[in-house]
Each structure stands twice: as C-alpha cells, then as structure tokens.
Design a protein around this ligand. Structure first.
Ligand SMILES: Nc1ncnc2c1ncn2[C@@H]1O[C@H](COP(=O)(O)OP(=O)(O)OP(=O)(O)O)[C@@H](O)[C@H]1O
Length: 551
C-alpha cells in the first residue's frame, strides 16, 4: 500500500512536472507565435513597401516605353506624312501630265474623227472600185480560161512543129551527108606563156606569140585562114595563106554554150534512133577535153554540173537527153539509158567502170547486126544525169590513176563514153535502139613532136595513136566511096573496130577539131586542119534510123 501510495505520489509528481513543462512549452509557443506575428507584420509592411516600389518602377518603365512608342509613332507619322506629301506631289504631276495628254488626245480625237469620216468616204469609193474590179476579174478569168484553151492548142501545135523540126533537121542532115566537121580555136591560156618561157619562145613581155589566124566568112562562121611563114625554092621568105572551110568554125571567144547550141540537135538524134558519134580531134593541149567535158572539176559542180557555164558537151548533152526524154513521155515514149566508159591505150581496152581501179582484163569486141559487145566490160543502167556525172567523175579518176602510173598517158589514150538509148512508144508501137559515142581522141601530134625520139614507150604510144587515127581516116574515106562492095578497114585499129556500128552510112558523125591559137603550134594546127578537111570532103550516105515498129 505504501508502495502504491509512493507510486501514486511519484506519479502525481511526474504529472505535476509534466503539467508544468507543458505550460512552459505553451507559454514559449505563445511567445514564439507573438514574435512570428510581429515579424509577419514587419515583413508584410516591407512587402507592401517593396510592392509600391515595384509598382512605381513598373509605372515608370511603362511610361518610358510609352514615351519611346510615342516617339516612334511620331517619327513614323512624320515619315508617312512626308511620303504622302511626295505621293501627293507625284499625283499632282501625273494629273498635270494626264491633263496635257487629255488635251492632246482630244485634239487627236478630233483629227481622227475627221480622218475617220474621210476614210469612210474612201471606203465607199473603194467598195465601188472593188465591185468594178470584181467584174473585171470575172471577165479576165473567163479570158484566162479561153487563153488556157488556146495555149493548150498552141502547145499541141508547138509539139507537132517540134516533131516536124526534128524530122526536117534530120532530113537536112541526111542531104548534107552525115559527117560534119566543126573547128574550134581555144583562147590562149596561162600554160602557153609558161611553156613558151620554158622552151625559150616567149616574147620580151613573157607572153607566147599567137599564130596569125583570121576568120574570113564571119556571117557564115565556117572559115578559118592561117597565114604561115615559109620559104620559096630559092630560099626567099614567103607568107602563104591557108583557108579551110568546115560546117562551123568557132573563134576563141565562143562559149561552151555556143558550141553546144550547134551540136545539140545532133546529140538529140540518138533519141530518134540514130547512131551518133562525136570525136574531139587535135594535138595535145588544143582543148579537146575542155570542149567535151569542161574544166578539170566539171563533174563535181554541185547537183547540176550541166548548169555550170564552163560545162562541156557531155554534161550538157546528158542533161538535155534526159530532159527531152521526159518531155517525150507526153507523146508515149519511154526511154532506157545505159552507159560504158572505156579507154583505149596502145590499142588495148581499159574499162574505166571496171571492178578494179586498174583494169588488167583482156577485152574482146564482138558485133552482131546492131549491137557491139565488149567482153568483161561493165555496162551501167543509167537513171539520172546526176548518176552519169558521178560515173564520169569516177572514170576521170581512173584515167588519172592510169596516167600517174604510166607517165601522162591520158593524152596518149582515147577515151570513149558510150551511151546506149532504147526507146519504146506505147501509142505508136515504135521502138528504137541507138548509141551516142563521145570520143576524146589522143593527142594527134606527129611523131617528131611527141617526144618519142628519146623514149621507146613514147614511140610505141605515138605509133599506136597514129595507127588508130589514120585507121579512122581510112574508115571514113572508105565509107565515103559509097560502094556497097567497098572494104571498110574497121579491124585496123581497136578504135575503129569498137565504133564499127556507129561509123558509116547508118550513123551521124561529128568531128570537133580543136586548135591551139599559138604560133608554136601552127604547123600541128595545119596538119590537123588538113586531116579534118579530108574528113569533111567525105560524103557518107544517108543515116539510117534504128527504128522498128512492133507487131
Ligand atoms: N575554150 C577554152 N576556153 C578556156 N580554156 C580552154 C579552152 N579550151 C581549152 N582550154 C584550156 O586549155 C588547156 C588544154 O585544154 P585540154 O586539156 O582540153 O586539151 P586537150 O586537147 O584535151 O589535151 P590532152 O590531149 O592532153 O587531153 C586546159 O587548161 C583547158 O582548160
């Protein structure tokens, strides 16, 4: 009990102690709270003060920003004002300009109105004119129809007249005999002076002396006269005059077109079925190739070498034959052409269109009644003048190759272009088959002038040329005897044997004698002129048309 009482007493002490501690703590807490509240009040007062300061700062900042903005706005307004003032000035100026334009345009408008009314009057007048013209055009159209009709009629008549002209030309040709000789004297060329200087025969001014040549019968243009210095039997110097008459003589001034004009009809007769041969004869350098072909690059002159003013007989004849064949289509004719290009050198044949660039084949010439065949030689169907020119150029190159290989042999070989023409007329059932030979003969100079004395190859060439040219003369002379039984020595040379079917009574022959104008060549010219005179004196009978009617 005592323990319990002691315990209660200690517990009461503890309780008292605890109570006192609590009160002390509560009092302390009250004190702390009172101190905190004071601090809070103080802080709140400070905070209020800070807020006021901050608000003042904010207000001041805002005011300064607003002042800046105000300043910017003021400047912007000032700028805007200036810009507007400028715009206003400009607008004022443009209004002033527009006012000026307006006043001009009003004036222009007034002018235009008066022009307009004048034009309207003009239109009325023109409309009246137009009506008149329309009526006139209608009348002219009617006239044109009439003219076309009468043109067609005239064209028909012209075609018939052309046929008649061709027939008459052939008849005249037949009456005059079928060998014609034309002589052509070439102008002096630069090479003449070069050669004369080289041979010491040039005049003091470096030019070569010209032969004394005259053309007595200007109107007929068929005579040439050469005045040659010589010696009498007693040794006195003499001057002899040699006059030669041919079918036509061309002076150095004659153009290629002038020469062709005279030869055109003859070449054209191949379309009528006449075998025709044209030989260019003369000494080396006398103008044979120039007359037949033209300048060196004559077949390379664009698409149409025949239109070149220097073009020779061959390109012109080819162009004309194709043109005429085309025109004759209206009359029912259809023509086929084929060609061969050969060279005769040392009496042998070289095929200039052969497969090899230098032909080594041995060719034989075979004849039947109308046709001549050269074995192993190329025959090319020809479809256009351009194709012919290309082949002629090829042949020319081949000849040059051979010439380079064989020392200028082109002057010492004959070149033969054979153009075979076959025609058929579906309306009349006529058909024809004829050949045009265009032959550039080798230089005709005599042995003494051919440089053959010192060179055996030259001697062989010169002998071969002489043989073939004299065979040609013999054949022509034999044909001139006009005897059915006469022996014609065609076989004496490859040239005459090749051309057998195109020489003689059945065909037309033209010898184009080329002559140099130079004094140094005068004696050769006289020889050529004498040869041509013999040919000209030959009268070969009537040419026969190689024409038959089918059915
Ligand atoms: N009518 C002419 N007009 C202008 N030049 C010409 C005329 N005839 C010839 N010639 C010129 O004279 C020179 C000799 O002519 P070309 O070559 O035709 O002679 P050629 O007789 O054929 O000679 P070759 O026997 O050597 O073949 C060439 O330069 C040629 O251009």
């Amino acid at each position: 009990m005592e323990a319990l009482e002691a315990r209660v007493a200690s517990m009461a002490d503890l309780f008292e102690e605890e109570k006192m501690k609590n009160e002390a703590r509560l009092m302390k807490e009250r004190q702390d709270r009172m101190r905190g509240e004071e601090q809070v009040k103080q802080l709140q007062a400070e905070l209020g003060e800070q807020r006021r300061i901050a608000e003042r700062v904010v207000i001041e900042n805002r005011r300064s920003v607003e002042e800046e903005e105000f300043e910017q706005l003021r400047e912007q307004h000032a700028r805007e004002k200036r810009r507007l003032e400028n715009d206003l000035d400009r607008e004022r100026e443009s209004v002033a300009a527009l006012k000026a334009t307006l006043s001009q345009q009003s004036t222009a408008h007034l002018t235009m109105e008066s022009t307009h009314s004048a034009l309207r009057n003009q239109i009325t007048a023109l409309t009246t004119d137009l009506d008149t013209h329309k009526a006139r055009i209608a009348a002219l159209e009617a006239e044109l129809v009439d003219t076309k009709r009468s043109n067609a009629h005239l064209e028909n008549e012209l075609r018939e007249a052309e046929s008649l002209r061709r027939k008459l030309h052939n008849e005249v040709q037949e009456l005059r005999g079928n060998i014609r000789v034309f002589a052509r004297v070439r102008p002096s060329v630069r090479n003449d002076s070069v050669n004369a200087v080289a041979q010491g025969g040039a005049a003091a001014d470096g030019t070569a002396a010209l032969a004394s040549i005259r053309y007595p019968n200007e109107r007929e243009a068929n005579q040439i006269e050469i005045l040659a210095a010589g010696e009498s039997a007693t040794g006195t110097a003499t001057m002899s005059k040699h006059i030669f008459t041919f079918d036509r003589v061309f002076q150095p001034s004659a153009s290629q077109a002038d020469v062709f004009e005279e030869v055109a009809h003859l070449t054209q007769s191949v379309l009528d079925g006449y075998n025709t041969s044209i030989f260019a004869y003369g000494q080396t350098g006398s103008g044979k190739t120039h007359t037949l072909e033209g300048p060196a690059d004559c077949f390379l002159t664009g698409d149409d070498p025949a239109s070149h003013q220097g073009a020779g007989l061959i390109p012109r004849a080819v162009q004309m034959l194709w043109g005429t064949a085309e025109a004759l289509k209206d009359k029912g004719w259809k023509y086929d052409f084929e060609g061969q290009m050969l060279e005769i050198y040392l009496d042998g044949i070289n095929d200039l269109l052969g497969r090899e660039s230098f032909d080594k084949a041995k060719h034989e010439i075979k004849h039947d009644k109308t046709r001549t065949v050269i074995t192993d030689a190329v025959v090319v169907p020809l479809v256009s003048p351009q194709q012919v020119f290309a082949l002629l150029e090829k042949a020319k190159k081949r000849r040059q190759v051979a010439a380079t290989l064989m020392n200028e042999r082109s002057s010492r070989s004959h070149s033969v272009f054979i153009l075979r023409v076959r025609g058929q007329n579906a309306t009349t059932m006529e058909c024809c088959d004829a050949v045009l030979n265009l032959v550039d003969l080798a230089g005709s100079e005599r042995l003494s002038n051919s440089g053959s004395a010192s060179d055996p190859q030259r001697l062989k060439e010169a002998q071969s040329i002489n043989k073939s040219l004299s065979s040609l003369a013999d054949v022509i002379a034999a044909l001139g005897q006009n005897k059915a039984s006469a022996h014609i020595p065609y076989r004496n040379s490859t040239l005459t044997w090749l051309l057998k079917n195109s020489l003689g009574g059945n065909s037309k022959t033209l010898m184009l004698l080329a002559l140099s104008p130079m004094a140094a060549h005068q004696s050769e010219s006289l020889c050529s002129l004498r040869f041509a005179t013999k040919v000209n004196a030959t009268h070969i009978g009537t040419a026969k048309r190689m024409l038959k009617v089918d059915g």
